[in-house]
Design a protein around this ligand. Sequence first.
Ligand code: IMP
Ligand code: MG
Length: 176
Amino acid sequence: MNDVIERILVTEEEIIKRSKELGAVITQDYRDAGKTPIVVGLLKGSVPFLAEIMKHIDLDIEIDFMDVSSYDGAQSVGDVKINKDLDTNISGKNVIIVEDIVDSGTTLNYLKAYLQNHDAKCVKICTLLDKPERRVKKEVEVAYTCFTIPDEFVVGYGLDYDQKYRNLPYIGVVEQ
Ligand code: IMP
Ligand code: MG
């Protein structure tokens, strides 16, 4: 185990098992609805999770990536900046946004509205982790969650602390 990790919260085996389950649920939902989704990963945190779950979605999916950063301005209003937009035209498409963690919900609320304004037919969210205690202002509708965790800062499986520890194969709590 990495020295800075105080404790492992979710193991690699648990992530793979849960990704298989969720991938099967997504497959069923979209197959039943006769829809083919485009899976949009948010850089960089979603990469390991996206790579895992996409293998378990048994449909002719497309994938694309966006890079957005959220920051709290002087006001309490969270602002979101798009650093890399989609390569694909999503007009009329069924989008599944894949995220590493839903925290305050600012990023996803903004992004959902952004994609809807670009005429996506349907926008759903799939996340590796959810910290519901941290929501501010608005709720976010998360369709697919792997794990709900308490309000602790975690790293690994894509999640970083100062751009480090994304490569850890588990989700761990950082030593204080
Ligand atoms: P929010 O939901 O807009 O507040 O922001 C979510 C983003 O904050 C995630 O995509 C992560 O990049 C980052 N984040 C939130 N909580 C954690 C954490 O515990 N560890 C690492 N990054 C986090
Ligand atoms: Mg992120």
